[in-house]
Design a protein around this ligand. Structure first.
Ligand SMILES: Nc1ncnc2c1ncn2[C@@H]1O[C@H](COP(=O)(O)OP(=O)(O)O)[C@@H](O)[C@H]1O
Ligand SMILES: [Mg+2]
Length: 261
């Protein structure tokens, strides 16, 4: 069974139709990269799947369970939305760390807030907090930042800050991790360290959707490539199919433009 199925997502902002019926499915452990020129709707698609934006139409199905249905007229309550969001982790172009907290505090913050809602929290507070910290140290280790545990965001490079935001997403143990151009706010010499972390997660069979302009990386890390154009999936297939032998004229043009950069 697919871990994620996105069906017929449609989203307009005013008169601008940004998503015009986007759909795809993915299996557990799969890595999909989404390519497409600026303005094709990639960020909007990720935001709609993650409940940061409400799609006008469409469905999001996780592990066979419908978590979003655009035809529902009843709005979900904030707590229902938060619960549905927990299926996903999201890493943005901007790192969005809390400047007043150190690395460890940034990573434990959300799990702690969540734990406080558990009915058994008061009774097992000490054990629960200890477990959260152990898990946080583990994900910080996964992104190679154990030495920076007590440092503040302003003391870290952009690449290190982005690694903290990856650790923060991993700390909630999401079923699927989404990246929206995770290296585009970084100096070119810092992109490699982020790509290596994502590669290591792929090797651990973490299910990921990556929006990126790093074509070489996408070819290397992805099981499948989706090429978006003007709010639709214009082409989809293996990296060999879509990147090396694109069938769609728009895919060809896009790849040519990227090559020239
Ligand atoms: N909140 C918004 N309000 C109005 N228009 C938006 C909003 N978010 C995105 N758009 C428009 O939607 C289109 C697609 O944007 P986006 O999803 O960011 O594309 P991409 O990530 O592929 O560059 C753009 O024309 C953008 O201006
Ligand atoms: Mg974008």
């Amino acid at each position: 069974m697919a871990i994620l199925e996105v069906r017929d997502m449609c989203k307009s902002f005013g008169k601008t139709e940004v998503l015009k019926g986007v759909g795809f499915t993915m299996e557990r452990g799969e890595v999909i990269s989404i390519l497409g020129s600026s303005g094709s709707g990639k960020t909007t698609l990720l935001r709609c799947i993650n409940f940061l934006e409400r799609a006008d139409k469409g469905q999001v199905i996780v592990d066979g369970k419908v978590i979003f249905d655009g035809s529902d007229t009843a709005k979900k309550s904030p707590s229902e939305i938060r619960k549905a969001q927990l299926n996903f982790g999201m890493v943005f172009q901007q790192f969005n760390l809390f400047p007043q907290y150190n690395v460890l505090e940034n990573v434990v913050l959300a799990p702690k807030l969540l734990a406080k809602e558990r009915p058994d929290f008061k009774k097992h507070k000490k054990e629960i907090l200890a477990e959260i910290e152990t898990n946080a140290r583990d994900v910080i280790d996964k992104v190679g930042l154990t030495e920076k545990l007590m440092n503040y965001p302003c003391e870290l490079s952009g690449g290190q800050q982005q690694r903290v935001s990856i650790a923060r997403a991993l700390a909630l143990n999401p079923k699927i991790l989404f990246f929206d151009e995770p290296t585009s706010a970084l100096d070119p010499e810092l992109t490699g360290e982020i790509l290596r972390v994502i590669r290591a997660l792929a090797d651990k069979k973490i299910t990921m959707v990556i929006v990126t302009h790093e074509i070489g990386f996408a070819r290397n890390v992805s099981d499948r490539i989706i090429f978006m154009d003007k709010g639709v999936v214009a082409e989809e297939g293996s990296p060999e199919e879509v990147i090396d032998n694109p069938k769609n004229e728009r895919t060809r043009e896009f790849l040519k433009l990227i090559e020239q950069k």
